[in-house]
Design a protein around this ligand. Structure first.
Ligand code: CU
Length: 312
């Protein structure tokens, strides 16, 4: 999204489905740690896996040839599994079929889970063409993220869920960026740089880290209406500034403002098909090449993205 602009009078609707899985804990440079590390870190709770599913509705409209307006609204579903230390609990005790117990090194740990779902932050943007000649284009991306996503999601016992399980940033964010796209006979390529700046602290007294994303892609038509693409992306995001008083960072790295930042490079391989009546379908497989996380923190696995676009 935001990689192209439209001609005056054009509308586009898009729908994307993304699923991200996280199954490994990282600390710094690609160091995979086994999930059951409560002894090593003396935490009472460690995450073991997480899935994030996102449906994203988007729209674009160009009032003039040089200006395209856009919006994006996500619906997010988070599920996380954890291990909780139960010091003093007797081994072999069962607490019900849905809570099997496992032996850690010295204490008993209990499997537990939490979930959150709802709409995320609404993004409103303007794309402005700076240059458009001989198939080469440069446009500015200017967007604002509106805090429509909740930062007060709670678990079963009305306990505040950790940062990673919240649905929005809680702040107005500024997303400036610039995109270059070049069209040649037989292929096209482009590159984009984009940042996310949080403007203030949110109502829970913290501000998520700023983000930077740089990416480049190449696309080549292969057969009639089918094209294949390759993409390289690099992302870096900071730790949390401030702290949600309802969370205890001594309990779990999920509640530690200093264990949320990191960087990641990834490669995407995709295919897209132009269908009749203005429809377009696209699929992309995303492979993580390297991630360096302030942790222990769950890192993402390879993922799949499916997109449908409708222009008229
Ligand atoms: Cu569009």
């Amino acid at each position: 999204m935001g990689d192209h602009t439209h001609d005056a009078g054009e509308f586009m609707l898009s729908f994307r489905h993304m699923r991200m899985e996280m199954n490994d804990l990282y600390k710094a440079d690609d160091r995979r740690l086994p999930p059951n590390l409560m002894q090593a870190y003396s935490y009472a709770m460690m995450p073991t896996s997480m899935t994030m599913e996102m449906e994203m509705l988007g729209g674009m409209y160009a009032p003039t040839d040089s200006t395209t307006l856009m919006f994006m609204l996500p619906y997010i579903e988070n599920n996380m599994d954890m291990l909780m230390a139960m010091p003093g609990a007797m081994s072999g005790v069962t607490t019900g079929a849905d809570m099997p117990m496992e032996m850690a090194a010295n204490s008993v740990s209990v499997k537990s889970s939490m979930k959150s779902s709802g709409i995320g932050d609404l993004k409103l943007g303007v794309l402005h063409n700076l240059y458009d000649e001989a198939g080469r284009r440069v446009h500015l991306n200017m967007a604002v993220s509106v805090p429509t996503g909740s930062i007060d999601e709670e678990g079963d016992n009305n306990q505040q869920l950790p940062y990673r399980m919240q649905l929005g940033s809680g702040t107005y964010d500024l997303l400036p960026g610039i995109t270059y796209a070049a069209q040649y006979e037989g292929f096209s390529w482009g590159a984009q740089a984009q940042a996310t700046f949080r403007l203030d602290k949110n109502d829970n007294d913290y501000r998520l880290g700023n983000r930077f994303l740089g990416q480049a892609w190449i696309q080549k038509p292969v057969y009639r209406y089918v094209a294949v693409s390759a993409r390289l992306a690099w992302e870096k995001w900071g730790n949390i500034n401030g702290e949600d008083e309802q969370l205890n960072p001594m309990m779990t790295p999920l509640a530690d403002p200093g264990m949320q930042g990191g960087s990641r490079s990834s490669a995407g391989l995709g295919a897209s098909a132009v269908l009749p009546a203005g429809n377009r379908l696209a699929l992309e497989y995303n492979k993580v090449l390297e991630q360096n996380l302030d942790g222990p923190q769950l890192g993402v696995d390879d993922s799949l993205m499916l997109a449908w676009q409708f222009s008229f």
